[in-house]
Write a protein that binds this ligand. Structure first.
Ligand code: SF4
Ligand code: SF4
Length: 207
């Protein structure tokens, strides 16, 4: 009988020894958090901390289409098209008060390739492109991963390619038309000047 009780006690003691670390953790502060309900704070550049290099965000009202970001990108994940501003016809300004040299009808970042090196942000002359504290790309729907940035009229189902366009199709077409007219006027003026020059030279020789 004594051996029987001893065996039960030994069995209980073995469980208690095995569970010792687990039991101790009931009385110490948690080192894990219940993500996604709880999150660790991410450095946002305030209080002297460096900004975390998470998802990029672009302010198109500051982007002048200089392409420095795409040239600096080591993995070629930035693609943009530009449309020259018709000088003398349009006088658009950027959000910072500087004159705009180009419109940007298409600007995409493929975050599947991005390594978050930060080179694009460091070369941008207007601080148009910046890192944010946003790091979550997952979603229950594939379109949900990109809907925040995509224009409603664009195709959502393009993986992690984020588009930052703030011009409508109609606005882009109008700007193309204005630029084409401006270039045609310039070409006509140049042609007229080329014709007028030899005529003036001939008149001078006759005199
Ligand atoms: S953070 Fe680096 S890899 Fe990502 S878009 Fe900018 S330059 Fe390219
Ligand atoms: S470097 Fe800045 S201003 Fe130039 S194209 Fe890139 S985001 Fe736009």
């Amino acid at each position: 009988m004594i051996n029987y009780i001893k065996s039960i006690w030994e069995g209980l003691w073995t469980v208690l020894v095995g569970m010792r670390i687990t039991l101790l953790h009931l009385f110490v502060r948690n080192v894990t958090i219940q993500y996604p309900k709880e999150r660790f704070p991410i450095p946002d550049g305030t209080n002297g901390t460096a900004m975390a290099r998470n998802r990029l965000e672009l302010d198109m009202d500051l982007c002048d289409g200089c392409k420095r970001c795409s040239r600096a990108c080591p993995v070629n994940c930035i693609e943009l098209d530009i449309l020259q501003v018709a000088k003398g016809v349009e006088q658009p300004i950027l959000k910072n008060g500087d004159k705009r040299n180009a419109w940007v009808p298409s600007y995409e970042i493929d975050f599947a390739k991005c390594c978050f090196c930060g080179l694009c942000t460091s070369v941008c002359p207007t601080d148009a492109i910046k890192h944010t504290t946003e790091f979550e790309y997952s979603s229950y729907k594939r379109s949900g991963t990109v809907s925040y940035y995509f224009d409603d009229k664009k195709d959502y189902d393009r993986g992690l390619k984020f588009s930052f366009i703030n011009l409508t199709e109609a606005e882009i077409e109008e700007k193309k038309r204005v630029l084409a007219e401006f270039k045609a006027q310039q070409a006509a003026a140049k042609a007229a000047a080329t014709v007028a020059k030899p005529e003036a030279q001939t008149e001078a020789k006759t005199e």
